[in-house]
Design a protein around this ligand. Structure first.
Ligand code: SF4
Length: 347
């Protein structure tokens, strides 16, 4: 992966704040910072993962990046096919229309996005029709091509969604998302609803299509084993912020933020690494009333007085992994200490 090239997507200081109105007898008025200054880059042909406990804001980031919800601040810079870099955040739906085909989403539950009254052919052709294509032969050829790309047969095009298993429906959902030849895909818990054996098949298809179609994914999951399998780099989220970013192998080899470390060590078997808030010590703080200083301090075994008052910035750290220098990021005051602590453990 070439990290010196121009990113396909640059998310800068993304915010999704919700105001909370207290009732006549409630004192709970204020602002919930569901996403609070999230920044990351996704490079061409890269899979960037977002992982964290339920409620950390990762799904909100995915939806805000694609403008399925309106971010309340920040930028999403997209390097469009035309060569123009555009900021999606202030754009209206009409302004976004020319770029809609370039960015797509894969959902956790494809069944809800597959109309039960349409054949698979109609379902696959629909995004092309919406993009203005009318030639029947072209539409059929594209549908046939895409259904084969997800390892289903052209004879399946005549059937209806109910005739398929959950895994097959997810393949159809993927074919539909990719039929307009997008370049950037947000996949939100795309395999979470499936059995482990089916998950593996879908992940393999996604990985193959990434290379064949030169795709980039923002891959959102609470499952560390899925993240480890498919992602090139990972951002770890906690209470609306990214607390660590690293190449996947380096992150799993040596986490540099105490939250990532806690996630990994709380669940020793990688195949069981579904993130469960109840496994980590302590409660996730209330997003409407986050603690001062580092938001993780009430659950962190390394916390000091400084952590209770000063918010740690996400800062770069140079690691040496597999004989090469790599840049990582961690939002911890004591990242250097944690790095060398691991060194002692590894030696
Ligand atoms: Fe823990 Fe302090 Fe680092 Fe936060 S800044 S993760 S509380 S050591």
């Amino acid at each position: 992966m070439d990290y010196n090239t121009t990113p396909l997507v640059e998310v800068e200081g993304l915010q999704m704040h919700f105001s909370m109105k207290g009732g006549a007898f409630s004192r709970r008025a204020g602002v919930i910072k569901a996403v609070d200054g999230v920044s990351f880059k996704v490079f061409p042909n890269e899979t960037f993962g977002l992982v964290g406990e339920s409620g950390c804001g990762k799904t909100t980031v995915g939806r805000a990046v694609l403008k399925a919800i309106e971010p309340t601040g920040g930028k999403v810079i997209f390097d469009s096919k035309s060569g123009k870099k555009i900021n999606l955040v202030p754009m209206t739906s009409d302004e976004l229309r020319p770029y809609r085909q370039e960015v797509q989403m894969i959902f956790q539950d494809p069944y809800s996005s597959l109309s039960p009254r349409m054949t698979i052919q109609e379902i696959l052709e629909e995004p092309l029709r919406l993009a203005g294509h009318t030639d029947k032969e072209y539409l059929f050829e594209q549908a046939k091509h895409m259904i084969e790309q997800v390892d289903l047969r052209s004879s399946h095009l005549m059937r209806y969604p109910h005739a398929f298993s959950g895994g097959q429906r997810q393949r159809i959902g993927i074919a539909r998302s990719l039929i307009t030849h997008p370049r950037f895909i947000v996949a939100d818990e795309a395999v979470s609803a499936l059995d482990v054996s089916v998950q593996a098949q879908i992940l393999e298809i996604l990985a193959e299509l990434k290379d064949k179609m030169n795709l980039s994914y923002l891959f959102i999951s609470h499952d560390l084993s899925v993240i480890k399998y498919i992602c090139d780099r990972v951002g770890v989220m906690y209470l609306g912020r990214i607390v660590e970013v690293a190449e996947t192998d380096a992150l799993f080899h040596r986490p540099l933020h105490p939250y990532t470390e806690a996630l990994m060590y709380a669940i020793p078997d990688i195949n069981e690494r579904q993130i469960r808030s109840d496994i980590l010590a302590g409660e996730i703080p209330d997003a409407a009333n986050p603690p001062p200083g580092c938001a993780f301090h009430n659950r962190c075994k390394y916390a000091t007085d400084k952590c209770r008052t000063e918010v740690p910035a996400l800062r770069e750290f140079t690691d040496t992994f597999n004989g090469k220098e790599i840049l990582r990021e961690s939002a911890c005051h004591f990242v250097e200490d944690i790095y060398y602590k691991h060194d002692e453990e590894i030696v």
